[in-house]
Ligand binder design. Structure first.
Ligand code: GFB
Length: 317
């Protein structure tokens, strides 16, 4: 058991969707949350990262900082996804070791697994087959990051652990249509189509790939649970345990938004991995389970999308 009480906890990447959910969750603990904005600290800069950690002396680190994006962004900017994420992982993990940080949680992604992994995907499927080409760059960086936590645990005895969340969504998501993931993109498309009185929305690919979705607040809860209760080699899957096709997801998003038009496929866009459902046995055995169902989660994400839109409109006025 790693107690959070009175600890100084650095959430690296606190402005992102996952990092901000972690900060909200940690507000319920009697701990001090340390943060640094991108303007204050570029995590790709080794000397600056080292200086920040040595000056601020966190007891624990949650590494939620990453260059992330949906299938098209991953496919379009391979150097960006590979370089940024490798540098961030190496600099933060090494600085945490140098500063004697007591506990570090590294966050990866379900795309670390082979494209045709057995479903649901057990943690042991790592490095057993070819990666999905569209996001292999991001996946390689995330695999390197999780292996770093194991290497520092083995060579130096550091209590560093790694969690691999599934496709996340929720408050603070990226609603940019080109760069973002499917769920926020569908919310935006359905919302704009409803307002415009459009007859259809266009989804990428065939709509047949299956994906597992987890609300970011459930992910934050899982991260805190692992910080407190997990200390071992081997990464841990963090998922909801259920998946849907992209077409089913679209229908559920449209029902929440109230868009009643047609759903049309753009077959020039990639499908990516056919199915990505992670086995959840390990984290369930550790005592964590999701609380937010997909429809409630979509309603919550839609609320925050509209909230952000009205904030932006007020800012522009
Ligand atoms: O969420 P997404 O971009 O990422 O796409 P991945 C999931 C599926 O939704 C793909 C389809 O089959 C897309 O073709 N899709 C349908 C759409 N319409 C849209 C749309 O309007 N926008 C988007 N973005 N997709 C990502 C990886 O893979 O998963 C990352 O690229 C990361 O590295 C993340 O691991 C969790 O699930 O395919």
């Amino acid at each position: 058991m790693f107690a959070l009480r009175d600890k100084r906890i650095w959430v690296a990447g606190h402005r992102g969707m996952v990092g901000s959910a972690l900060v909200r969750r940690l507000e319920r603990e009697a701990c001090t949350v340390l943060t640094a904005s991108h303007a204050e600290l570029d995590l790709r800069d080794q000397a600056a990262t080292r200086a920040f950690v040595l000056a601020n002396r966190p007891d624990a680190v949650i590494l939620a900082a990453a260059t992330v994006g949906g299938i098209l962004a991953n496919d379009s900017f391979p150097a960006h996804f590979l370089y940024n994420n490798m540098m961030i992982a190496a600099n933060v993990v090494h600085a945490a070791y140098e500063a004697g940080v007591s506990k570090l949680l590294y966050l990866g992604s379900s795309c670390i697994y082979p494209k045709f992994a057995p479903q649901p995907i057990p943690e042991a499927a790592l490095l057993t087959g070819e990666l999905e080409p569209t996001n292999q760059w991001y996946a390689i960086a995330k695999i390197a990051g999780l292996k770093l936590t194991e290497a520092y645990r083995r060579q130096y005895g550091c209590d560093f652990i790694a969690a691999m969340p599934t496709n996340l969504y929720g408050r603070g998501d990226n609603f940019d249509l080109a760069a973002g993931h499917v769920l926020p993109a569908l919310l935006r498309k359905a919302h704009e189509a409803k307002l415009a009185g459009a007859a259809e929305i266009v989804i990428w690919g065939t709509g047949t790939p299956r994906r597992e979705f987890l609300h970011v607040d459930d992910c934050a809860e899982a991260c805190i649970h692992l910080m407190q209760h997990y200390s071992d080699f081997g990464h841990v899957n963090v998922g909801s345990g259920e998946d849907v096709t992209i077409l089913e997801l679209t229908e559920r998003v449209c029902a929440v938004v109230g868009f009643k038009g047609r759903i049309v496929n753009d077959l020039s866009k990639p499908d990516g991995t056919p199915r990505k459902l992670m086995a959840a046995d390990k984290i369930r055995a550790l005592g964590w389970g999701p609380r937010i169902g997909l429809d409630d989660g979509i309603r919550d994400a839609y609320h925050w999308f509209q909230h952000d839109l009205s904030q932006a409109a007020r800012g522009a006025a």
